[in-house]
Design a protein around this ligand. Structure first.
Ligand SMILES: [Zn+2]
Length: 237
């Protein structure tokens, strides 16, 4: 009977190390890390685009102010055309030239504004795309995080339960047997093996009939081939 508890102890220990493995996997989860990286990449890309946008808007604003100012001087020059001060051809020609120059400058500013507006549109499109990606990544990240948290809760629960179970089992195992098992663990994996179909579950070698009968009765026997402690579990045979 004690051997059965030891065998159960070994099963629980194996389960326990699987739990720890899975817990560590979640802790070092690559997907959430990659999503996090992507998320911060998008964030910095967004802030670059955003400052670009602000920059262009400022330029458009200043060019519009310029345009207005030029338009005003054009109006003023045009008003001069009809004043008595312009009383000879030379003055008239100079004034006409000034008006022409201002018009040219206005055209130049308008072309610049058009170009800047095109740029602004492009940047705004880029920002829209980034925002979409950003939302997608955020959703995926939150979903993965939530799934991981749920899984982690389950695993931690199982871990606590298994720890308790291991302690309960340990109390029911003879101390010498337990210490022996722990020593063997350092040298061989799964030091206690179940006999199935008269074979050692550890190495697969057939157990001699006499040993088999003894183990069946609960005696302490080791496999002659691999040295594992043998156990017979009634319900499994
Ligand atoms: Zn064996």
């Amino acid at each position: 009977m004690k051997l059965q508890f030891l065998y159960e102890y070994q099963q629980q220990e194996n389960y326990y190390s699987k739990l720890i493995q899975q817990i560590n996997q979640i802790k070092n989860d690559d997907i959430t890390r990659r999503l996090k990286d992507e998320y911060s990449r998008l964030k910095s890309e967004y802030s670059i685009l955003y400052s670009k946008k602000t920059d262009i808007e400022k330029k458009i604003l200043s060019k519009n102010t310029n345009c207005k100012r030029l338009q005003e001087s054009k109006n003023n020059y045009e008003k001069l055309l009809y004043t008595p001060e312009i009383n000879n051809v030379k003055k008239l020609e100079t004034l006409m030239k000034q008006i022409e120059d201002v018009e040219k400058n206005i055209m130049l500013e308008r072309t610049d504004i058009e170009d800047l507006e095109k740029n602004l549109k492009n940047v705004e499109e880029e920002i829209k795309k980034i925002k979409k990606k950003y939302a997608f990544i955020k959703k995926k990240y939150n979903k993965t995080k939530e799934d991981n948290e749920q899984r982690m809760n389950f695993l931690l629960n199982e871990k606590t339960g298994t720890e308790q179970f291991l302690q309960e089992l340990k109390v029911r195992i003879d101390a010498d047997l337990f210490n022996n098992y722990m020593k063997m663990k350092g040298k061989i994996s799964n030091p206690i093996a179940e006999i199935k179909n008269r074979k050692c579950g550890g190495c697969g070698v057939e157990v001699p009939a006499m040993h088999y009968e003894a183990v069946k009765l609960g005696d302490y026997m080791k496999c002659q081939s691999c040295g594992r402690i043998l156990v017979y579990i009634k319900n499994n045979n």
